[in-house]
Design a protein around this ligand. Structure first.
Ligand code: IMP
Ligand code: MG
Length: 422
């Protein structure tokens, strides 16, 4: 397999974890390049459910090298817990997992500030995961962040953490929040630092060595296109570049070494957190929630649901340069008689075939729908393209055509085997 960037083409939770797991079969190295433990990738293997937040999903296959790249923000205490939880399920990380020394750290004051800022915003809140992601990237940009290489240098870490806690406690006090104890944070983080030290590497050099060996690298995107800090529905976004370019900056692999971009999208649309979602619809939300589907992997929140939005996925295709599409959760639509698909937006007299940048305009936009006949048959047992009902095939073809990329994979359930290569 060539070097592949995998991105979410919607608002996150497209089922990337499962598709990555499937594609990892042909990859040697799997890399996370952005985001932090705000991500929640759910993968089912042989009846066991794994929820990954920071560790690349490639860890579930033996002998894959997994890398947490420089573009990721890492909560070291959370990462240690994740590695230990995986170990308890029989998954070995030591020797397979490498953590970039230049990845920035998420510290408790980031989480606290995330929480305080959200509370202060009241109704205008973003609906963050409260994992401290925004404040951590904020410190990175402000050049006041601490990195993994600081964490594993005890003397330097003590000095830097002391100063940062002093500053941040002033801010927390101004919010009326409780200041943090340097002692407690230092103790927990140093313990995590000692545990993680054998995982720490110069991952840029490691990845380029892999390239020279001829290894195939899979870049595991987190969140989705419309949560991108530049291309998403700002300010209702996450704080990293979730689009294809983030894979380069977040790993140190140059653009011309990338061979393919795979875009993952659901056969409908979901979003967690606030911000515009043009095709949001109560009927499909009620139906999916009643099926026990669409609850967040990180926060357990019920996801907002809507019909497939081809204006959004076409835009995602453009921004990411998507070559191949993976459509997931087709089976979620099995019961429907007719399935609306959004083909344009309308704001008064103006019609949009792209996603307007102004969120106030986007929030006003009404979807223009085309209707597709439902197949009204279970699809979760389908393994081949021809196993799918003809109407389901037409629906998938229409989604790919409207999006403007080649349909490569259709997924009809969480299992590895519930994957149809088109
Ligand atoms: P943050 O990334 O926690 O700052 O949250 C910012 C926005 O991104 C919120 O709307 C979150 O719900 C959303 N978000 C963050 N991570 C994910 C994810 O992995 N899947 C879906 N939405 C996410
Ligand atoms: Mg998720």
């Amino acid at each position: 397999m060539a070097n592949t960037i995998l991105v979410g083409a919607q608002w996150g939770d497209e089922g990337k974890g499962k598709i990555i797991d499937v594609l990892t079969e042909q990859a040697d190295v799997v890399v996370r390049t952005q985001g932090g433990n705000n991500a929640g990738h759910t993968v089912h293997v042989s009846g066991q459910k794994y929820v990954l937040h920071l560790v690349p999903s490639g860890i579930l296959r033996p002998k894959r090298i997994c890398v947490i790249g420089n573009g990721v923000v890492v909560d070291p205490v959370g990462l240690v817990k994740e590695i230990k939880d995986l170990r308890d399920l029989g998954i070995k990380s030591r020797g397979n997992l490498f953590l970039s020394e230049t990845a920035h750290l998420v510290l408790p004051y980031h989480r606290e500030l995330d929480d305080q800022r959200e509370t202060l915003k009241g109704k205008q809140k973003i609906g963050t995961t409260k994992r401290g992601i925004g404040p951590a990237y904020g410190d990175k940009a402000a050049r006041t962040g601490l990195r993994v290489l600081d964490l594993i240098n005890p003397q330097r870490f003590r000095q830097q953490l002391e100063a940062r806690i002093r500053d941040n406690n002033e801010v927390l006090k101004a919010f009326g929040a409780k200041p943090l104890s340097f002692h407690d944070v230092h103790k927990a983080y140093r313990a995590a630092g000692d545990y993680l030290k054998p995982f720490v590497a110069n991952t840029v050099v490691l990845l380029h060595e892999a390239l020279r060996r001829g290894d195939s690298i899979l870049f595991e995107g987190a969140q989705g296109t419309f949560l991108d800090i530049d291309h998403g529905t700002y300010p209702f976004v996450t704080s990293s570049n979730t689009t294809a370019g983030g894979a380069c900056t977040g790993s140190g692999i140059p653009p011309h070494r990338m061979d393919r971009v795979v875009g993952v999208m659901k056969a409908y649309t979901t979003r967690v957190g606030e911000g515009p979602l043009p095709t949001e619809n109560k009927d499909i939300a009620d139906m999916l929630h009643a099926m026990g589907r669409e609850f967040g992997a990180t926060t357990g929140r019920p996801r907002r649901c809507g019909w497939f939005d081809s204006v959004a996925t076409r835009h995602a295709c453009m921004v990411n340069g998507i070559d191949d599409l993976a459509v997931t959760n087709l089976d979620g639509l099995d019961a429907l008689e007719t399935i609306p698909v959004c083909v344009a937006y309308r704001d008064g007299r103006k019609r949009y075939d792209y996603v307007p940048n102004d969120v106030e305009i986007l929030a006003r936009c009404q979807p223009v729908y085309a209707e597709f006949p439902g197949w009204r048959a279970p699809t979760s047992a389908a393994r081949k393209w021809k196993d799918l009902p003809p109407k389901a095939r037409s629906y998938l073809k229409a989604l790919a055509e409207l999006t403007g990329a080649h349909l490569a994979i259709a997924s009809v359930g969480p299992g590895r085997e519930q994957t149809i290569f088109v």
